[in-house]
Design a protein around this ligand. Structure first.
Ligand code: NAG
Ligand code: NAG
Length: 235
């Protein structure tokens, strides 16, 4: 009994004195490398400190576009903006690091749809996918991302209905202009939003009378929308 106690105390003290520097686990590193491999060649992949390989750690080698949490040394932000990436985004792989806060893939040449697995990034606050060729419906799981603050999916080829954002209570920015969205507007908290645009889609139905500071410009280019904001009475 004495011996076991001593071992426990010694191990406890050891852990206190030598905290184990956490790095990304092997399976997260492999998943991130898989995610990148599906993104086509891009314009930066031959730069010397590109990283994104299984023989280096994203936070120690500081992979291109990766920002890590200082304390825990896990990937927090991924910024791969305007570097001619093509191919499809393997959200299941990139979201293997479940604590990603920012995913910025804007202005590339990405295709494919946004799958339910996007919600595996359960801490996601900022999602920038604008200026690509994403298509298909948005996953319903987006509404489960309750930390989401800014989402920009504008300038793609997305279709189907806009997501129900009623559970995304922290949402400040919703930009979905220049897509092919259809159906009615979900209930947005217009007074909380700082930036909002759903123009140039194929939305239909009534726009609420009170849309805060957002005027016709945010709704224009949807011939089947009606309401005071567009000076177009609903039938
Ligand atoms: C992996 O990436 C690191 C960091 O950029 C680099 O130093 C190393 O040479 C790369 N290894 C391979 C096998 O490409
Ligand atoms: C985007 O992808 C399309 C189809 O693969 C290709 O024709 C086009 O050149 C690409 N554009 C850029 C800017 O890479």
């Amino acid at each position: 009994m004495r011996i076991i106690q001593s071992i426990l105390i010694v191990s406890f003290v050891f852990v206190l004195i030598f905290p184990i520097g956490k790095t990304e686990t092997e399976d997260v590193v492999e998943a991130l490398v898989d995610f990148m491999q599906k993104l086509g060649p891009g314009s930066m992949q031959n730069t010397p400190n590109w990283g994104w390989n299984t023989t280096s750690d994203p936070c120690i080698a500081i992979w291109h576009g990766v920002i890590c949490d200082n304390t825990n040394q896990i990937v927090k932000n991924i910024v791969l903006e305007q570097i001619s990436l093509s191919g499809t985004v393997d959200f299941e792989s990139v979201c293997k690091e479940t604590s990603i806060l920012l995913l910025n893939l804007k202005y590339n040449n990405l295709t494919g749809s946004l799958p339910q697995q996007i919600s595996y990034c359960k801490r996601l606050r900022l999602l920038y996918l604008n200026g690509n060729h994403f298509s298909g419906d948005l996953p319903g799981s987006l509404s489960g991302l309750t930390d989401l603050v800014r989402i920009d999916i504008s300038n793609n080829e997305l279709s189907g209905e806009l997501p129900d954002v009623s559970r995304n209570t922290r949402l400040l920015v919703f930009l979905a202009q220049n897509n092919h969205f259809t159906g009615q507007l979900p209930d947005f908290n217009y007074h909380q939003l700082e930036d909002f645009d759903v123009s140039n889609n194929d939305l239909s139905g009534r726009i609420p009378d009170d849309t805060g500071s957002f005027g016709a410009k945010s709704f224009a280019g949807n011939p089947r929308l009606c309401g005071k904001v567009l000076s177009k009475p609903c039938p």
